[in-house]
Design a protein around this ligand. Structure first.
Ligand SMILES: Nc1ncnc2c1ncn2[C@@H]1O[C@H](COP(=O)(O)OP(=O)(O)OP(=O)(O)O)[C@@H](O)[C@H]1O
Length: 289
């Protein structure tokens, strides 16, 4: 699966005096291990979130495997001609219907009837996301947190009856593969930072994604736990051919595990290339964790 980002630009931010993302062009190819680097506030998390459609774009489009999944969704510009932008600029992507007077049911059925959006939904399911800090529910056990990763793939009625046995088995297998068999029924709030991060990885993997986007997966971990997490990401790529894009602050770990680095500064890409010699080129980006 490829992720193509074409001229991405977010809305102008008055506090920054620029868009958060400001003309991002990059293509992530199948099976690549990419480190997203840059100073605090450079736009790394925003770019990662934009790739899964969590950030509205002012300009530009994102294609996943050639399917447009995110673009400039302009309110009120559509008269029923299936959402091509009326501005005549193909990079502006799709506009949305004026939905103000439509019921939720009408809006949902309209979205389903528009083929680009239908593809969008299924294409995004191929992407797993590890959020900053893990995003786990501390009161739930490790296995319950992992099963939460299945919620999007099940019809609502099925979740009322609990998760199927096959899902529970899969969740246990994933936890065991990540070295957490003993901790499967322990509350995640009682686990160490490294263990929690592995639960978060298992939760992303239960969707069986082809692409894994990880936002600072090793921040706050000690050296050993950080290496373990990086090894897991590296194995997912080498053994399952998964595409990995991860935000990192540690240049030496980026050089050790990733093959390609994309360095952001003030919302722009200032370097896109191999990870060798990153330290000498970008010494100022080193930050103690
Ligand atoms: N929802 C938002 N509304 C307004 N500004 C935002 C929003 N999200 C992020 N920003 C701003 O955009 C800039 C980029 O944020 P982002 O989190 O993408 O940076 P980052 O490179 O991931 O930083 P860090 O390394 O600190 O996590 C920051 O200045 C941030 O304050």
């Amino acid at each position: 699966m490829t992720i193509e980002c074409e001229n991405l630009e977010t809305r102008y931010s008055a506090s920054l005096r620029r868009p958060i993302l400001n003309g991002i062009d990059c293509t992530i190819n199948t099976g690549e291990f990419v480190a997203l680097l840059g100073l605090n506030g450079a736009g790394k998390s925003t770019l990662l979130r934009a790739m899964v459609g969590l950030v509205p774009l002012q300009r530009g489009i994102i294609r996943i495997n050639g399917v447009v999944t995110c673009g400039n969704f302009v309110e009120g510009g559509d008269d029923g001609r299936d959402a091509r932008s009326t501005r005549g600029d193909s990079t502006r992507g799709y506009s949305t219907t004026n939905t103000k007077n439509m019921s939720l049911v009408e809006q949902a059925s309209r979205l389903r009837s528009r083929s680009p959006f239908v593809k969008t939904v299924s294409t995004r399911r191929d992407i797993g996301m590890l959020f900053q800090g893990g995003g786990l529910i501390r009161q739930l056990s490790a296995i319950e947190n992992v099963l939460c990763g299945r919620l999007g793939g099940l019809p609502t009625w099925q979740t009322l009856w609990g998760f199927p046995k096959s899902d529970r088995r899969l969740a246990l297998d994933l936890l065991a593969q990540l070295g957490l068999k003993e901790q499967a029924y322990q509350k995640t709030g009682q686990l160490s930072g490294g263990q929690q991060q592995r639960v978060a990885i298992a939760r992303a993997l239960i969707q069986n994604p082809q692409i894994l986007l990880a936002d600072e997966p090793i921040t706050g971990l000690d050296v050993m736990a950080a290496k373990q997490v990086m090894e897991i990401l590296s194995d997912l790529r080498s053994q399952k051919g998964m595409t990995i894009v991860t935000v990192l602050h540690d240049l030496s770990l980026a050089s050790a595990y990733a093959e390609r680095a994309i360095v952001l500064d003030a919302g722009r890409i200032v370097y896109d290339g191999p990870c060798q010699n990153l330290q000498s080129q970008f010494a100022e980006f080193v930050r103690s964790n």
